[in-house]
Write a protein that binds this ligand. Structure first.
Ligand code: ADP
Ligand code: MG
Length: 245
């Protein structure tokens, strides 16, 4: 069952065709990686899907419903969560309050005054923290967390929305190799439990080839290959783009 369908997406900046006729689909329970050299159009594609940019033409649908013209917070309400290349959490709040804020937002409650978060759905927040193995740090200040833990907190906040689609922008950026694999293993188990679909951009090839179900490869705005990690690794076109051979 196709959850996300992207068809014939185009986006130009001036005369620069950053995304040129890109089409792909994503199923529930699937981890799909978007890779390509610098300037390939990964971030632009990602930002078209998350509503930060509007395409010049093409369609993006979630369960058959168009996402075009919707802002990131509208998408959040439709069950689209995202995490950022540089994790975005509230450093001045405790770890559990961060998740409570995400729960408030997911329930359509106003985020201010912030004090209201104090008792909001505490048990649910703690359960989410258990799932990302941060429950023992629930009372620490967000800013006191190690970077890998901030990434896991961000993931818990994204899951507070009970997403159908999770968009992750370079989820393992800035992490040590063992932390990277731990985060992706955690993402995999949450995806399997919840049937969430994940689209992620990624720089680190070992993460992509070990953890993605399928890989999209972009170069100069176009999708040049897609398939399983083994298929795209063996693709001569991909090898030319990456290794110039
Ligand atoms: P990637 O994320 O794969 O490195 P991008 O999507 O960031 O690639 O960029 C694709 C192309 O679009 C590049 O040539 C880049 O310079 C251009 N581009 C991206 N964003 C903008 C923007 N906001 N304004 C103008 N040009 C942009
Ligand atoms: Mg980019």
């Amino acid at each position: 069952m196709t959850l996300l369908s992207v068809q014939h997406l185009h986006k130009a900046f001036g005369g620069n065709q950053a995304v040129n006729d890109v089409s792909f689909s994503l199923q529930a329970g699937e981890l799909l990686a978007l890779i390509g050299p610098n300037g390939a159009g990964k971030s632009t594609t990602f930002n078209l899907v998350n509503g930060q940019l509007a395409p010049d033409s093409g369609s993006i649908t979630l369960d058959g419903v168009s996402l075009l013209g919707r802002k990131p917070h509208d998408l959040w309400r439709m069950g689209v969560s995202r995490t950022f290349q540089i994790a975005q959490t509230f450093g001045s709040l405790t770890v559990i309050e961060n998740v409570q804020m995400a729960l408030l937002s997911s329930d359509g409650q106003s985020l201010s005054p912030w004090r209201r978060a104090a008792n909001y759905r505490r048990a649910d927040a703690l359960h989410l923290l258990e799932q990302v193995q941060l429950d023992t740090q629930a009372q620490r200040a967000g800013r006191a967390l190690a970077y890998g833990d901030v990434k896991r907190l961000e993931l818990a906040m994204a899951l507070a929305n009970e997403p159908r689609l999770l968009l992750m922008d370079e989820p393992t950026a800035g992490m040590a190799p063992d932390e990277r694999h731990a985060l992706m293993n955690l993402t995999r188990s949450l995806v399997t439990q919840r049937g969430v679909a994940v689209l992620f951009t990624e720089h680190s090839m070992d993460v992509v080839f070990e953890h993605a179900d399928r890989v999209l490869v972009m170069a100069r705005g176009a999708l040049i290959a897609q398939g399983t990690p083994a298929q795209v690794q063996a693709d001569p076109h991909v090898q030319t783009v990456y290794f110039g051979s």
